[in-house]
Structures are given as C-alpha cells and as structure tokens.
Design a protein around this ligand. Structure first.
Ligand SMILES: Cc1ncc(COP(=O)(O)O)c(C=O)c1O
Length: 459
C-alpha cells in the first residue's frame, strides 16, 4: 500500500511571495478535525492527498479558508487547463443553471449542439463524430467497445484482440483497468480478458528498446496474429512519466494498424486541450488516430468526457443503443464550451508550448543537481515529471517522492501525490495560464525542498 501524507501538525516556516502565502500550523486544528470526520465516512482510498481542504481556487492559485495560498502545479489532476474558476466558465455555468436547464438525458439541448460542433471542428479530418460521456473511464470503455465491435463487424469473430501498453492507465472500471497495464490494479478481476494484451511502452527509460520491432516481436511472443487485432489503444503520453513514444514509433504504429485493419485509439484524457503545447497531444506524433478519448481538461471543471472518431466507427450502434444518462448534460456542456473557448482565445496552447521550454530547462537542471535520485525528467508542454529512484537503480523511491511533494506542500507549492511505477513520480502539471515567473518559482521550491531533504538524509 502506498504511504500517506502525514497528518502531523507542523509549524511551517512562513512564506509570503506573490504566488504563495503559508504560515502557522499545517494542518491546523480545524482542518485536522474536518479531515478526521471525513475519513470516518469515506473509504481509505480517498485519503491519498495532502492535508488541506480546498476552499477556493483561481487561475493557478489554491486557497484554504485560513489565509494560506498555494501555487498550483496539479491543475486538480490535470483538469483545470484553462485555470481554476475562470470567470467565463463560471458565468457560462451560472447562465445555464439560472435558465434553468439542468438535465435533458439524451433529448437535445443547445449547449450539447454547440459543443459537439465545436469539438468536431477542432478534431482532425476524417474524425467527424463525437459521443459525450461523463468520466475518462467511461470514454475508454466506450473506445474498447467500439474497437471490438468494429473488428468483429468487418473482420469476423476472431478480430477481437485489443493491444494496450504496459504501465498505462485508462481508468478504474473493469475494461479500462484491464487495458491499463499495471498488474496491481487487476487483483479484483478473476476472469481476466485474455484478448486484451500488453506490449512494452517505448519510454526510453524503463524500456530502452524504442524501436517498433519490439511491438511486433512482443505480439509474436504472445502468439497474437495481427489479423486478429481489432484495435490498439495507448495513452498519448503515459501519465506515469509523462512518457512519450518516439514520433517514428507512433508513425510505424499508424502504418501497422492500417496494414492489419486495426483501429488506432489514443487516450487523450490527460493529453488533450493544450496540455502538451498542441491542442491534441497526438499532434506531436504527426499521426491521426481512428478514434480518441477525452476528459479531464475538457471543461476544466464539471465532469464531462467523450470519444471522437470517424463516422463508420461512432455510428456502429443504432439509436438508443449507445447512450448514457448524463451524456451531453447542458451544464457540463456549457462549461466545456466556455473552457475550450478560453483555451483558444487566451492562446493557452501557445503558452503551454512556450513555457514547456522553461519547464524542461528547470527540470533538467534539478535532475542534474540530484542525478543520483532522479532517473528521468521528461517534459512536453506543461506536463513534466521527476522519476525518483533509489541511487544506482531504476527502482522507484516512493518514500522520497512523497517527502518531496509533502515538503513542497508545506512551502506553498501544490502537487498531487506521487504517481507512476511504484509511486515514484513527482508530476508537474500547472494550469496552462501559469506565468513564467510563477513556473520558475514553483520549480525553485522543488529544488529547495530537495536540497533540504537530501542534506538531512546525509547527516
Ligand atoms: C489517460 C487517462 N485515461 C483515463 C483516465 C480515467 O479518467 P476518470 O478518472 O475521469 O475516469 C485517466 C485518469 O487519470 C487518465 O489519466
């Protein structure tokens, strides 16, 4: 089981900068009391984050109710791409709520009409249909169903194999978790679907063979006939890194899918809506998938997700055969539409691309300074990671990763708990509206925290 943030009350060193304001005891008595009450009512799986009760959040700042302010490097969990609580998103939600029109099931509503058109206009050709859902896992489940249905319809019953990648994450429902490639997540599944198989992800760190040959060789080893592959799904970047595949690999994968009439699906739940410095993450690879999943940064706020694809894929099911109760909820659609407009109008994709260069510089310099405990520091746009390792190995060091995040938290820098293989990744993902000086300040907090931790450990 992963370690938890400590609830020990600590008098923190006061911090007061333009972007951070922290003082007193963290967590204070009121916070501790409320968190304790929450823990009594919720499963322990919900207590994985640092001991703060978010009171409000704006732009790239998060506040508690006691005057503390954190510089946000989490975006929630890569949600608030347009910035927390953007005025235009808030106004769009209020307008829709006050109308009032809060739900319509699958009866059409105006925000859904506008959002569907907007998303299709932003998708590359020939992807021209979008199905709206509520969560990321629902979107990857839907992609799984569509890939298999398509395979069987056009290739016969045997064309049912789904190829996914080791160490991927597609959500926590049955199908999405089986596609996810981490063994720990499958303990609850008895009859594992043997037609979902995993190949190594060419990250260049844990898997040093980044050639496409490895994909084909692995399928051969698993006795998979390529003709039986209905689809290949990959996160555009693996959240555990963030790990990106080489462009040449992605292009070979596209060709392989075409050759074997398999659908290619990217899971853009994290990578979409500007995160990587391109509107869609897969633009980095110069390939167009047959379908892709989205969620998280789509509305930057309310729960909404979706699948975009070619008509012949999205139209596999007839009227009322592929629906969801909250699909196209008018309030969520209004929020998503406003958020997408903010991302475009405020040129946040361009900001992510520009500041991505700064983030890369900062994380490389941190990696150079702490080379014995940082194995890898990938960055693209405004998503980066520090893979914390035990010296001289590639073994994740979860304890140190947690200590770094905890230390930063007590200095006014907010990151979510470590992710990735063995919980060793300190992930950096600020809202895309962050400024250069705030980004640099946040990175200097990581540096300062690591200096202190490493100094104390060597004493
Ligand atoms: C790439 C990816 N796919 C799917 C999901 C699942 O999304 P949700 O938690 O909204 O179900 C996540 C969530 O972290 C994700 O990062």
């Amino acid at each position: 089981m992963a370690k938890e943030f400590s609830l020990t009350q600590q008098e923190v060193k006061s911090v007061s900068t333009k972007y951070r304001k922290i003082s007193g005891v963290i967590p204070n008595d009121e916070t501790l009391e409320q968190i304790t009450r929450l823990r009594e009512a919720e499963p322990q799986s919900m207590r994985g984050q640092a001991p703060i009760i978010w009171d409000h959040a704006e732009g790239f700042s998060v506040f508690d109710a006691y005057g503390n302010k954190w510089l946000d490097f989490s975006s929630g969990v890569l949600i608030a791409n347009a910035g927390h609580g953007h005025k235009k998103v808030v106004e769009a939600i209020i307008r829709q709520v006050q109308k009032p029109l809060l739900t319509t099931y699958c009866f059409p509503n105006e925000p859904r009409i506008k959002l569907a058109q907007k998303l299709v206009s932003l998708a590359p050709k020939p992807l021209n249909k979008v199905f709206l859902l509520s969560t990321g896992a629902e979107s990857t489940e839907c992609a799984l169903k569509l890939m298999r249905t398509y395979g069987r319809k056009f290739g016969g019953d045997k064309k049912s194999v789904i190829v996914a990648f080791v160490d991927s994450f597609h959500g926590r429902t049955m199908g999405s978790q089986q596609m996810g490639g981490s063994p720990g997540g499958k303990a609850w599944i008895k009859n594992y679907d043997t037609e979902i198989v995993h190949v190594p992800f060419p990250d260049g760190f844990r898997c040093t063979d980044t050639s496409f040959d490895l994909f084909e060789k692995t399928l051969a080893k698993l006795n998979i006939d390529p003709q039986n592959v209905a689809g290949v799904i990959s996160e555009t970047y693996q959240g555990v890194g963030p790990n990106f595949m080489p462009k040449a690999y992605a292009q070979s994968l596209r060709k392989w899918c075409d050759k074997h009439k398999a659908l290619l699906c990217f899971d853009e739940v994290q990578a979409g809506f500007g995160r990587c410095g391109t509107f869609w993450g897969f633009e980095l690879y110069g390939v167009v998938p047959d379908l892709f999943c989205m969620g998280k940064g789509m509305s930057g706020s309310l729960p909404i997700s979706g699948v975009i694809g070619r008509q012949e894929v999205l139209d596999l099911y007839g009227p009322n055969e592929m629906t969801s109760t909250h699909s196209g909820n008018p309030v969520c659609c209004a929020a998503a539409l406003a958020s997408v407009e903010v991302i475009l109008e405020e040129k946040l994709v361009e900001n992510a691309a520009r500041l991505g260069v700064i983030l890369k510089r900062e994380l490389s310099s941190i990696k150079d300074e702490f080379s014995s405990v940082i194995g890898f520091a990938p960055v693209e746009g405004l998503v980066g990671g520090l893979l914390i390792i035990k010296p001289g190995t590639k073994e994740p060091n979860h304890d140190l990763a947690l200590d770094i995040i905890d230390g930063c938290f007590r200095r006014g820098l907010m990151m979510f708990a470590p992710v990735g293989v063995g919980g060793g990744c300190v992930k950096i993902a600020p809202p895309l509206c962050i400024t250069e000086d705030a980004l640099v300040e946040g990175c200097s907090v990581i540096r300062e925290t690591m200096r202190e931790l490493i100094k104390n450990k060597s004493k």
